[in-house]
Design a protein around this ligand. Structure first.
Ligand code: UDX
Length: 422
C-alpha cells in the first residue's frame, strides 16, 4: 500500500482483516510513527481496533520506503494524493512519481492498482511510467465515505476494477471477495469514469435539494416533508436528500471540478454539472445572507459558529462549507466564535485566521448576536437551550443543517431559521 491516508489506511486494515499480508509505505515520518505504535493518524470509527488486530497478527507492517514495500508484493495499491491543479484538473504527479520509483523493484507478473481518484487515461500513463510489459495496471476506484470508511471498506457495495485484460481485474476483485460486494469488471477508462460519475451525481443530487430548499422557502413548503414524499419512491431514494450549507469535503468539490475540466478539454459542454457547482456556491452565499439577516448585520457583530468540519464524525476540514462560511463572516467584519469537538482552542490554524476557537458550544455562544449551526454534530442537539439563551446577546439561531426542532427552539425564545423550512 503506497500512501497511508484516508484511502490507504482503511484499505490496508481491511485487507489484513481478510487475512492478507500488507506492508504500508508512508513518507510522513510522524504519521508512520503513529501507525507503527498502533494509533490511527486519522479519525475513523473502528480503525484503531483493526490496526491493533493486523499488527498483532503480524499481517500489517509499515515502512517509509515505497520501493521496499513493492518489492515482495503481488499487488501494489497506489493510494497517494491527487490534489486539485490550478485549472480544476486532478494533479497526478504523486501517482506518476510513485509508479516511477517502484518500477524496477516490482516482481514480474505483479499488479499495480490505481486506487486514488485519477483523471480518465491515468492507467495508461501509469503503465508508461512503469515502463514494463510484465507488470499490469488495474484501475480500482474507492467509494469510502469519511467517518465510516472502515465500515464502507469491509462492507463495500460494489468493487469496480478496470484493466486491459479482465484476468488482472479479477485478481483485484478476489482480494475483496469477503465483502460480498457486487462486482463491475470493465476497461480502465470506464473504471476511472465511474468514480467521477458517482461523485458528480451525488453532488448534483445535493445541489438539486439545496435549490429545492430555497424554492420551499419562497412558497412556504417544508423541504423535510418534500424529501420524505420524494424519497419513498425507490427510484429516488431517501439518501443524500438532506439540504445543508452546501456540499464539501475532500472529494465532491475536487471531483466535480475535475470532471468539468475533463469535459472542457474534450470539447463536451456539461451545463448540468456546471450548474450543480454554481448552485453550491450560491448555497454558501445564501447561508451567509441568512446569518447576516438574523444577526442584524455582520460588521462588529458576534457570531457563534457551531461545527467546522465538512460533516459530522470526521476531523476533516478540507473544503468544508463551515470554513468557507466562517471565513466569509470574518471578512465582512463579524467577530466569529467557533466551536468544534475536533478543533482544540489555543492553537493557530491556517484555515481559521480571524476566527476564535472556543472550548464549548456555550463559550462560543457568549455575547453572540446569532448562532449558526454549520456541522451536524449530534452534541449540538443535546444542549440546554435555556442556558444558551442566557449567554447570547441576541437570541437568533440559523440552523444550516436542520438539526434542531424549530418548535422547540422558538419555544425557548429564539428566532429560528433552517434551510427550506418554515
Ligand atoms: C464522498 C462520497 O460519498 C464517497 O463515496 C467518495 O468515495 C468520497 O466522497 P465524503 O467526502 O466522505 O464521501 O462525504 P459525504 O458523506 O459524501 O458528504 C459530502 C458532503 O455532502 C458533505 O459536505 C455533507 O455534509 C454533504 N451532505 C451529504 C449533505 O449536505 N446532505 C446529505 O444528505 C448528504
Amino acid at each position: 500500500m503506497v500512501g497511508a491516508g484516508y484511502v490507504g489506511i482503511p484499505t490496508a486494515v481491511t485487507l489484513s482483516h481478510f487475512g492478507y499480508s500488507v506492508i504500508v509505505a508512508e513518507r510522513d515520518l510522524s504519521r508512520l510513527g503513529e501507525l507503527r505504535a498502533g494509533r490511527s493518524p486519522i479519525r475513523e470509527e473502528g480503525l484503531d481496533e483493526l490496526l491493533a488486530e493486523g499488527i498483532a497478527a503480524g499481517l500489517l507492517t509499515f515502512t517509509d520506503n515505497a520501493t521496499e514495500a513493492a518489492a515482495d508484493a503481488d499487488v501494489v495499491f497506489l493510494c497517494v494524493a491527487t490534489p486539485q491543479g490550478n485549472g480544476g484538473e486532478a494533479d497526478i504527479t504523486y501517482i506518476i512519481d510513485a509508479a516511477t520509483s517502484i518500477s524496477a523493484a516490482l516482481r514480474p507478473g505483479s499488479i499495480v492498482v490505481n486506487k486514488s481518484t485519477v483523471p480518465v487515461g491515468t492507467a495508461a500513463r501509469v503503465q508508461v511510467a512503469l515502463g514494463r510489459d510484465d507488470v499490469f495496471v488495474v484501475s480500482n476506484p474507492e467509494f469510502l465515505r469519511e467517518g465510516t470508511a472502515v465500515h464502507d471498506s469491509l462492507h463495500a457495495e460494489r468493487i469496480v476494477a478496470g484493466s486491459d485484460d479482465p484476468r488482472h481485474a479479477e485478481i483485484v476483485v478476489q482480494l475483496f471477495a469477503d465483502t460480498g460486494a457486487a462486482v463491475v469488471i470493465t476497461d480502465t477508462a470506464s473504471a476511472e469514469t465511474i468514480k467521477y460519475a458517482a461523485n458528480a451525481f451525488l453532488a448534483t443530487k445535493l445541489s438539486f435539494m439545496n435549490a429545492m430548499a430555497a424554492f420551499c422557502e419562497e412558497v412556504g413548503a417544508d423541504v423535510r416533508d418534500v424529501r420524505l414524499g420524494m424519497g419513498h419512491d425507490h427510484r429516488i431514494g431517501m439518501d443524500f436528500l438532506n439540504p445543508g450549507p452546501g456540499w464539501g469535503g475532500s472529494c465532491l468539490p475536487k471531483d466535480t471540478a475535475a470532471l468539468l475540466y475533463m469535459s472542457q478539454i474534450n470539447n463536451f459542454d456539461f451545463p448540468l454539472l456546471a450548474g450543480a457547482i454554481e448552485t453550491n456556491e450560491r448555497q454558501l452565499a445564501r447561508m451567509v445572507s441568512k446569518i447576516e439577516e438574523a444577526a442584524g448585520g455582520l460588521d462588529g457583530r458576534t457570531i457563534a459558529a457551531w461545527g467546522l468540519t465538512f460533516k459530522a464524525n470526521t476531523d476533516d476540514r478540507r473544503s468544508s462549507p463551515a470554513i468557507d462560511i466562517v471565513q466569509r463572516l470574518a471578512a465582512r467584519g463579524a467577530i466569529v466564535q467557533a466551536y468544534d469537538p475536533t478543533v482544540a482552542p489555543g492553537q493557530v490554524y491556517a484555515d481559521l485566521d480571524g476566527v476564535s476557537v472556543m472550548s464549548s458550544p456555550r463559550d462560543a455562544a457568549r455575547g453572540a448576536h446569532c448562532l449558526a449551526i454549520l456541522t451536524e454534530w449530534s452534541e449540538f442537539s443535546l444542549v440546554d437551550l435555556a442556558d444558551i439563551y442566557s449567554q447570547m446577546e441576541h437570541a437568533a439561531i440559523v440552523d444550516c443543517r436542520n438539526l434542531l426542532s424549530a418548535a422547540t427552539v422558538r419555544e425557548a425564545g429564539f428566532s429560528y431559521q433552517g434551510v427550506g423550512i418554515r
